[in-house]
Write a protein that binds this ligand. Structure first.
Ligand SMILES: [Zn+2]
Length: 434
């Protein structure tokens, strides 16, 4: 046992050193202004389908220069952010800057969840939201939407801010700062520039797309639109063009008779957009299907048949793209569901103490790191220990996590939940800390 823990100590030092190197190098890269990191959070439109698994609705996370920006927040998007939460870059659920392309359900349905749930991560930082103003036909704009959100959910705000004593959340993080936008630069910080442009989603208007520039690279996101010459103009030569598509039935590619086709983009129209804008990489996201039988391969084939021969892909939830001088993609990780089999002290017994080592035994953890442990008491009091802390735990093998809580877990009964690098949680496991 002694030798095992000598090994553990060395492994811990090595792990901390490796984490330090990992953290330092992306910072250096950002300082040089070389990369934009894009994660597709939601890739479907508003659909009432039963042919799961279910992708989330519209949502794209763009990170560059230390900025973390969310574009649209449809249903399921906060869940996707939570899945990213325990990656080495930190908490994405705490994203505090949201840019909306329209105020239609599949672009804003997740906003109340992000606003309320993300409060625990934003703490004192308000949620800033940019989006369209009133449409001139009686539908209010982004400022009204967020103001009403605060009224509608005031019971939650009061409870979590005012009524639960010293553990209440700070008031700043539940405030919303809304900005109603028009075409042009709407945000600029740390070398990141966000430009809004009008697209054609009539009768939804105004509807916007966004272009993000950083370090000589660019990403354009269409939002919802039919073929838009304005988008083609803005997107010309961009590194990445993320474009919506309405997959009309092959027997009716123009979508005639289909009211939805008139204000979305068919694969054949997208081919024209991609050919004229000529991005380094074109990618479909926000894929709305008129028929559930269409596959990504068919979508690509139709776009090719319509004449676009450049780089083209069909997005999927949690696909990430690193844009620098090269464009690299990372497929979503697939993780098993982790299971806790036992929790012991360092002598493999049950004398678990607040100042000792806690060993979590089980399966489905990520051997290379990025796991986290959460201890929850009375359903609220929570201690989270993850590798972003630098040294609090490390994997010794695929079936064991050593936690050094350093006195942060007061004596008492606790529920333990472990998450692997995908953020997939175990079921709760009960322990008593002495
Ligand atoms: Zn939409």
């Amino acid at each position: 046992m002694g030798s095992k823990f000598t090994f553990s100590f060395l492994a811990r030092i090595l792990t901390v050193t490796l984490i330090s190197i990992f953290v330092l190098f992306p910072a250096a890269a950002d300082a040089q202004g070389t990369s934009i990191h894009v994660t597709l959070l939601g890739t479907r439109g508003l659909e009432d389908t039963t042919d799961g698994p279910f992708p989330a609705e519209a949502g794209v996370l763009i990170e560059a220069g230390g900025e973390m920006l969310l574009f649209d927040c449809g249903r399921g998007v906060p869940d996707r952010l939570s899945q990213l939460e325990f990656s080495k870059s930190g908490s994405r659920l705490g994203v505090a800057k949201v840019f909306l392309t329209s105020l239609v359900a599949d672009h804003v349905g997740g906003l109340p969840i992000l606003w309320m749930l993300g409060w625990t991560r934003r703490q004192s930082t308000p949620l800033a939201v940019w989006g369209p103003g009133p449409d001139g036909n009686g539908s209010p704009g982004t400022a009204s939407l967020t103001a009403n959100l605060q009224v509608t959910f005031s019971a939650n705000t009061r409870l979590r801010r005012d009524l639960i004593g010293p553990v209440g959340l700070p008031s700043g993080g539940i405030q919303v700062r809304a900005t109603e936008i028009s075409e042009g630069v709407v945000y600029q910080n740390n070398g990141v520039v966000v430009t809004a442009f009008l697209v054609n989603h009539d009768p939804v208007k105004p509807a916007f797309g966004y272009r993000v520039d950083y370090g000589g690279h660019s990403v354009v996101y269409s939002g919802d639109t039919t073929l838009s010459p304005n988008l083609i103009r803005v997107a010309r030569g961009a590194d990445l063009l993320l474009h919506e598509v309405f997959v009309t039935p092959p027997g009716n590619p123009s979508g005639s008779q289909d009211p939805f086709a008139a204000y979305h983009t068919t694969p054949e129209q997208a081919a024209q957009v991609f050919s004229q804008a000529a991005p380094r990489l074109a990618m479909y996201t926000h894929i709305v299907k008129a028929t559930s039988s269409s596959s990504p391969a068919e979508l690509l084939a139709r776009t090719r048949a319509a004449g676009y021969m450049g780089s083209l892909e069909v997005g999927q939830d949690l696909l990430s793209i690193d844009i620098s001088d090269s464009i690299k993609e990372r497929q979503p990780s697939t993780c098993p569901e982790p299971v806790i089999a036992a929790v012991t002290d360092s002598n493999y017994g049950q004398n678990i103490s607040s100042n000792g080592t806690i060993i979590v035994w089980g399966s489905g953890f990520t051997p290379s790191g990025g796991n986290s442990i959460q201890l929850v008491r009375d359903g609220y009091d929570t201690v989270t220990i993850d590798e972003n802390d630098g040294s609090d735990f490390w994997d010794q093998s695929s079936d064991q996590i050593n936690v050094v809580p350093g006195g942060r877990v007061p004596p008492g009964d606790w529920d333990v939940v472990a998450r692997n690098i995908c953020g997939t949680p175990t079921r709760q496991f009960q322990i008593t800390v002495h």
